[in-house]
Design a protein around this ligand. Structure first.
Ligand code: HEM
Length: 509
């Protein structure tokens, strides 16, 4: 009987292949598939005729190398690639980078037909926030609710709130003995401003000792892992399912940020007696004045809170960091800024009036040059070519529908035809004859329907923080030079080191 069973099992074993054989077959199948895919991408794909590195056309691991292994260095490859291959370069199997100003205007304009790339924006981790919505109708409805809160007029009326926060920044800087971690201080300041304004309660990060706020670190870390998650989205999926600290470590701080925002939204939903109407009250209003407005779900509100806290803070903080660095690193620029600021009379409350500050031509030129030279958001903002296809004006090349395309800010701002001696920090280029015609090519906030919601707030913060700091303090750089201020593209420009200064109160104020 036993013999009969054994031979029966032997017969079955002979039919089922062994594990090593199965694994071998799978590996072989994968190699054949991959080989076939590469051949397709190189010779039969709709983008096969476009020039670029062969490896980039064959696999997105080429882009992975510059994004992840070289940590945000892809943007610096663009000028060399365009020099070698011309205005249109294939950067990955599905994506072209296009160095053509007329094409920039076509992609990033009002009512553009080039919608955001769902693949890229889904990987950011807050898919229903205004910045990630890809459907133009849904996006317009959301923006129409948000826009009035960030209009030029509303922000100008907010200047007393900005005065109070920036006064606090100055007081806390003055209390520090030794080097001031000014970059962190700027980040805390922008968090306090946007949280006070958008949520009705300031986070008071400026009160953190040495401006070392947990939230600031979370925002920084979440941007640092962005490229890894863009290329391997499963990491975020896994992070969401792993317990607390492990998940948080894996997704680089976004989970901490999301936790903060969930608490904010719960508080907002629980209480209605606020001193002022916030962005969220407007979003929650079922009678929203906008056609097509649908009251956002809890998760959509959390996503919107995350984007306000992330996009609305470190962008402005990094721009302020670079502006301060360049002013302090160039004694002539510093002198000119201080002389101009000295011409502003105080208002009866002792404040530097916002309207007077924003009319200062040299300070304005310094901020514009900072935004041009250091970009804040330097890289690709990918869009999808509409069903009708597109034509690159300078080469007349046809781009097939569905292709992912972008024109990075870095390419525009480093364009020598627009900005001669583009690699030099020269505020003078924004004054007088030289500035004529180039104003519209300062694209740091992007343009058109998908341009920055917070542009007016960002300008107000930059004007006022710089005006107050350079009026109140005599500052010098501390252990901060070109090496520390070298930046990487993490979606937002991230410096390799941190700006630190020695700040002594000025006697003339
Ligand atoms: C110097 C400071 C800033 C720079 C350079 C900047 C830059 C940008 C850029 C380039 C975009 C387009 C992103 C894309 O196409 O994917 C954008 C969008 C956005 N920004 Fe800013 N930003 C700054 C400050 C702010 C501030 C202070 C806020 C706060 C409200 C803010 C909120 C947003 C939002 C909500 C969007 C999404 C807009 C939409 O798609 O409707 N930004 N910003």
């Amino acid at each position: 009987m036993a013999n009969a069973t054994d031979s029966w099992i032997d017969a079955l074993n002979a039919l089922v292949p062994s594990w090593p054989a199965t694994a071998g077959t799978l590996v072989l199948a994968y190699i054949v598939y991959w080989f076939g895919l590469v051949i397709y991408r190189l010779y039969f794909h709709p983008l096969a005729g476009f020039p670029g590195p062969r490896l980039a056309a064959a696999t997105s691991w080429w882009e992975f190398y510059y994004d992840v292994v070289k940590d945000g260095e892809l943007v610096f490859q663009l000028p060399g690639l365009h020099e070698k291959y011309g205005p249109v370069v294939r950067l990955s199997p599905r994506e072209l980078h296009i160095n053509d100003l007329a094409f920039y205007t076509e992609i990033y304009k009002q009512n553009t037909k080039f919608h955001k790339d769902p693949h890229f924006y889904a990987t950011l981790g807050f898919p229903t926030a205004s910045v990630c919505i890809t459907d133009p109708h849904q996006h317009r409805a959301r923006r129409e609710i948000l826009n009035p809160f960030f209009s030029k007029r509303t922000i100008a009326a907010l200047s007393s709130v900005l005065h109070t926060t920036i006064e606090k920044l100055c007081t806390n800087i003055a209390s520090i003995q030794g080097a001031v971690p000014l970059q962190d201080a700027f980040h805390c300041m922008t968090v306090d401003i946007i949280s006070g304004y958008a949520f009705g309660t300031s986070f008071n990060m400026l009160d953190e000792p040495d401006f070392n706020a947990v939230h600031v670190r979370s925002v920084e870390r979440s941007a640092e892992t962005q490229w890894l998650i863009k290329h391997i989205p499963a990491i975020r999926w896994l992070a969401d399912r792993l317990p607390g600290p492990l998940g948080s470590w894996l997704d680089g701080g976004l989970m901490e940020l999301a936790g903060t925002c969930e608490n904010i939204v719960k508080d907002l939903l629980a209480s209605s007696d606020r001193k002022q109407e916030t962005v969220f009250d407007a979003l929650l209003s079922p009678t929203g004045s906008t056609k097509g407005h649908i009251v956002p779900s809890y998760q959509e509100l959390v996503d919107e809170a995350i984007i306000l806290l992330a996009a609305g803070t470190e962008t402005t903080a990094i721009a302020l960091t670079f502006a301060t660095y360049h002013i302090l690193a160039n004694p002539d620029i510093k002198r000119a800024v201080q002389l101009e600021l000295a011409t502003i009379p105080r208002d009866p409350a002792g404040h530097l009036p916002y309207q007077a500050i924003e009319n200062l031509p040299y300070l304005t030129a310094v901020i514009k040059e900072t935004l041009r030279f250091t970009h804040a958001v330097p890289g690709k903002l990918p869009r999808i070519v509409p069903a009708s296809g597109a034509t690159v004006p300078s080469t007349a090349q046809r781009i097939p529908p569905g292709t992912c395309v972008a024109v990075a800010h870095y390419s525009v701002h480093m364009n020598e035809a627009l900005f001669p001696r583009a690699h030099e920090f020269r505020p003078e280029r924004w004054v007088g004859e030289e500035a004529r015609g180039v104003e519209r090519w300062l694209v740091s906030f992007s343009k058109g329907s998908r341009g920055c919601l917070g542009i007016n707030l960002a300008w107000a913060e930059m004007y006022m923080a710089l005006a107050y700091l350079f009026t109140r303090f005599e500052m010098e750089l501390f252990e901060t030079g070109p090496r520390e201020m070298r930046w990487k593209d993490h979606g937002v420009a991230h410096t390799v080191g941190h700006l630190k200064v020695i700040a002594k109160p000025r006697t003339l104020v």
